[in-house]
Design a protein around this ligand. Structure first.
Ligand code: GUN
Length: 299
């Protein structure tokens, strides 16, 4: 049976380091890291995510601000809010929860966040730094950063000689994850829905990262014996065994069967999920340190 990588424990250790760094910053400068989260519309899952981000920010000692805007907000009004937050020196991190309602040009909004406040790491300046191998001066997208931290807990800093396969090629996750693995010297394949014989590509992976958004798609025979499996999927599926109408969360990997083959695997929930929020807090405290021209803590 595989070793189950405990994302909750890893996230708690990042949060404790962030809380310390935040207290030390406030001690030195009187400034608290400021995180502004914007949510537009009523989507309950997005509200649940945003609430937990706000709670965690407070727990870290941040100045946590939430802007909840109605579904019918215009592009201009949302843009005006981002512009105000960009200009506010008390705000070090800005996150616009995605997806935005359909009538928005999301990319225009995301790209308008100042790169130094872009704690989601989605601005082209931050994405470009990862692509050119600068992992020091920008902000790295939270879910790939958190997934990398889990990979490094298993394999150490240097992934030389290891084959890594990332399934999924989104800007939010797949592309930056592939680039971070590459920066750590892994030999990287970015696979996706048009990849031929995905199962056999995956079977070549010493590190297999699944981010496809399809419940339990990665089966036992996709996993190389002894591999490390990182499951980024969060899928809600019916769970009749828990009672009529009940649901549960599962990943993109068929956990029980993959665990029989893998050496290490992340569970869902309790794997990558908690790391995403922890790295958002880490990015905010890093942005606040930079704004005060102080040397930046490492996580
Ligand atoms: N919606 C789901 N995941 C994310 C994320 O990492 N950042 C933002 N801004 N929205 C999301």
């Amino acid at each position: 049976m595989a070793f189950v990588i405990d994302g909750k424990e890893a996230a708690a250790s990042v949060i404790s380091a962030v809380t310390e760094a935040s207290a030390s910053l406030e001690g030195k400068t009187g400034i608290k890291p400021g995180l502004a989260v914007i949510i537009v519309g009523e989507d309950p899952a997005s509200h649940a995510y945003v609430n937990s981000k706000g709670k965690m920010a407070k727990q870290c000692g941040f100045n946590s601000i939430q802007h909840t805007l109605p579904e019918e907000t215009t592009q201009e009004d949302l843009q005006a809010l981002v512009d105000t937050l960009n200009a506010d020196p008390a705000i070090h991190g800005i996150l616009v929860q995605l997806p935005l309602p359909k009538h928005f040009d999301s990319d225009a909004i995301i790209q308008s966040i100042l790169p130094e406040k872009d704690v989601d790491g989605l601005n082209i300046a931050n994405a470009g730094k990862i692509a050119t191998g600068d992992l020091e001066t920008g902000l790295i997208s939270c879910t790939p950063a958190g997934s990398m931290l889990l990979v490094k807990r298993v394999h150490g800093e240097d992934l030389s000689g290891l084959n890594a396969v990332v399934i999924g090629r989104s800007n939010l996750f797949g592309k930056p994850m592939g680039l971070l693995l590459l920066a750590a010297n892994a030999t990287v394949t970015m696979a996706h829905s048009r990849t031929k014989d995905l199962a056999s590509v995956c079977r070549n992976a010493d590190i297999l990262v699944a981010a496809v958004g399809r419940a339990e798609m990665v089966k036992r025979d996709w996993v190389k014996p002894g591999a490390t499996v990182i499951d980024v999927g969060i899928n809600r599926v019916p769970a009749p065994e828990k009672g009529e109408g009940k649901t549960k969360l599962v990943g993109d990997v068929a956990f029980a069967e993959a665990s029989e083959v893998a050496a290490s695997i992340t569970p869902v929930p309790g794997g990558v999920g908690p790391m995403t929020i922890a790295m958002l807090m880490a990015n905010t405290v890093i942005a606040a340190h930079r704004a005060c021209s102080l040397s930046v803590p490492k996580f």
